[in-house]
Ligand binder design. Structure first.
Ligand SMILES: *Cc1c(COP(=O)(O)O)cnc(C)c1O
Length: 449
């Protein structure tokens, strides 16, 4: 078996996600043979550091022995059973543990099997809550500019990344969009915090004017990951929580990407000192192993659906693999590792190392911004540093950095012209130094002409 044979067979049979397949006439597709820790290995013994955690899912390395053991044990006991009318220990244990570690007030767990599905469920629940409370006129949502919440039609409607959304616009429900607190757009000399406070005025105005027709505001706290890893100050969500209470509007926190330690705390909401009405979890929930997602919500929301059957107030929503026991066992093992290995505390040194390792790039003539929240760090390439004018997207500068990285044992898969590190937490400081070295070389090459 070699790379070329597998690539030929793949390109005959597989349609890849989020890919212009014609790119593979020039960009190599890399078949992986195995993974171990931060490393992925192809069929010709080339190794690559998985610097982006395989699209932000992997937390504790590939083929993690503890998680592997948890899966083996669960498959020997109960692989799956339906969760309507029946239950099992993994789903009970996981729900109890999550209620313990998430912000106060999130007391019920509803299961789905991927991030987009969790968003869809939260949107339906919020609308249905208001309807059950005799307010069917509340049927719109508010999002932030540059947001991303998934690819299914409801989740796509809540997003604002044109690259994914524009084509399908005629199929999507309309939403109110408040401009993002994205600190990249702040004025010269303005702090992240001041900018977030200033941007909040637009949100406040939308809520003040339209709260009678609004069910919920949906946000990605601290980092808009698919929106080019743009970041903002936590105060925005502290203010948003207050405004949502004032105007009787739900707050839905999409922690699908930022949850499980990516921003330095176990959940990003902690940094704003808030508890949302709904929190959507997926990705790191299963440490990169299996599709599972959860909508956590409050007893107040739960109670709005709790009534005699014939009132038809129940939330009649399900997915075939709801609450899959193997997925739940993996998630429990993930929470065990966080606790036993003191991961959040230990990550502080790694985050510091990540920041230090690329600090020299601040002076690079084509680096417009270096930003970081905990274990997520992004470097934005620009054509003109003074004006932050972007490179035209057609030049695909980010991909050039990627092409360099694969010759140097690293997978630095960009988002447009943004290079980022979001590594598994088992990465070492010397591996971080290596990523920084490769990123520096790649950025030099990619911006030379
Ligand atoms: C990935 C992501 C989703 C969608 O999750 P899928 O499992 O890919 O459907 C939603 N919201 C955010 C913030 C994400 O990063």
């Amino acid at each position: 078996m070699n790379n070329a044979d597998l690539v030929r067979r793949d390109l005959n049979a597989v349609w890849h996600p989020c890919t212009q397949m014609k790119d593979h006439e020039t960009l190599p597709l890399i078949p992986f043979k195995r993974g171990k820790g931060v490393w992925l290995e192809d069929f010709e013994n080339n190794q690559y550091i998985d610097a982006v955690s395989s699209w932000w899912v992997n937390l504790f390395g590939h083929a993690n022995p503890r998680i592997n053991a948890a899966i083996r044990e669960q498959t020997e006991t109960l692989e799956h059973a339906m969760l309507a009318g029946f239950t099992h220990e993994p789903v009970i244990n996981l729900s109890e543990r999550l209620i313990e570690v998430t912000p106060d007030g999130l007391n019920k767990c509803f299961y789905a099997d991927n991030g987009s599905s969790a968003i869809e469920a939260a949107l339906k629940m919020s609308y249905h809550y208001w309807k059950n409370h005799g307010k069917p006129g509340k049927k719109n949502f508010v999002n932030l500019g540059n947001s991303y919440h998934g690819e299914t039609l409801g989740a796509l409607a809540l997003g604002d990344v044109g690259l994914y959304k524009a084509t399908y616009q005629p199929l999507l429900m309309e939403v109110f969009t408040a401009p993002s607190p994205d600190a990249f757009n702040r004025e010269e000399g303005e702090s992240w915090e001041d900018y977030a406070i200033r941007q909040f005025e637009h949100m406040e105005r939308i809520l003040a004017e339209h709260h009678d027709e609004i069910c919920a505001v949906v946000v990605e706290p601290l980092v808009q990951c698919a929106g080019n890893m743009r970041m903002h100050h936590a105060i925005f969500h502290t203010m948003l929580r207050k405004a949502c209470d004032k105007y009787d509007v739900h707050l839905i926190a999409d922690e699908i990407a930022v949850g499980f330690g990516r921003t330095g705390t176990l959940f990003a909401c902690e940094q704003s000192g808030i508890s949302p009405d709904f929190m959507c979890l997926s990705k790191g929930l299963t440490a990169g192993y299996l599709p599972l997602s959860i909508v956590m919500t409050t007893n107040d929301v739960y109670d709005a659906f709790y009534d005699d059957y014939e009132t038809l107030k129940a939330f009649l929503h399900s997915h075939s693999y709801t609450g899959n026991p193997i997925g739940c066992a993996v998630a429990l093992s993930t929470l065990d590792i966080f606790r036993d290995d003191n991961v959040i505390e230990r990550n502080k040194a790694l985050a510091q190392c990540m920041g230090d390792s690329v600090a020299h790039l601040a002076d690079h003539p084509h680096v417009g911004d270096i930003r970081q929240h905990g274990m997520t760090l992004a470097i934005e390439l620009v054509k003109d540093k003074a004006t932050k004018t972007p490179f035209p997207f057609q030049e695909r500068r980010g991909i050039r950095v990627y092409q360099h990285s694969i010759t140097r044992e690293a997978l630095l898969r960009p988002l447009g012209n943004v290079i980022y590190f979001m590594p598994p937490y088992v990465i070492t400081e010397s591996q971080i130094q290596h990523l920084a070295q490769v990123a520096t070389e790649g950025i030099d090459k990619a911006t030379r002409d």
